[in-house]
Design a binder for this molecule. Sequence first.
Ligand code: IPE
Ligand code: IPE
Ligand code: MG
Length: 244
Amino acid sequence: MSLKEQIDLSRLPKHIAVIMDGNGRWAKQRGKNRIFGHTNGVKAVRETTESCAELGVKFLTLYAFSTENWGRPRAEVSALMELLVRTLRKETKQLNENNIRLNAIGNINTLPKRCHQELLDAIEMTTNNTRMTLTLALSYSARWEMTKAIQRIAQAAAAGQLDPSQVNDQVISSYLETADMPDPELLIRTSGEHRISNFLLWQIAYTELYFTQNFWPDFNEEELYKAIIDFQSRDRRFGKLSPT
Ligand code: IPE
Ligand code: IPE
Ligand code: MG
């Protein structure tokens, strides 16, 4: 049986999140610079996006650039921004053909102007697509997101629009960047690192974590299937007991 056939389509995760890591080390192994790794990561993005949509996953969220990544050398940051512009330009048509809606979370106002504009244009051009939502986390970090949410909740309370005693899980979720998405059921991180690096901290409270040694540019359809098959073997108890 092929990997794909082993997937139970009736129990697919609705939302998969991915920490795309290891581009730099992938390039280094080949004696190339880090940018070469990022450039080669794009095809893994394309393949993962298309495979998820084809299977019937409704939300795919990719960690593309963290708040902390601004601290990398200027040349790497600009190369990443340039790559984003080029990729958006090149891939938007394909997203439309595949009926995939583009979305972004993060402090996207801080992206270079051209990048920001390109992103808004691509989001606008794909806004009516319904098969899957592809969300790019750009200039994103969970603590930034939560800080902003807490500020807005506090402002609403101070203005008398929100009773502090009414603040609960749902209210908090509704103030996050991911307000219109379900929490991810599966989080994949490539490159062998076992950490979250400030991604979706609130949303992954009960997410299943999957780590693979593969560097991001080597991630592909088959690797995605493996992650989903592994996910489907998990006993998700949510703090309760599994039915006997
Ligand atoms: C992930 O690859 C891409 C981004 C964080 C933008 P890295 O650039 O972190 O690659 P490694 O982890 O240094 O190998
Ligand atoms: C996490 O990768 C951020 C993205 C994949 C965009 P990093 O490479 O920045 O994370 P650390 O530094 O290994 O924690
Ligand atoms: Mg890394």
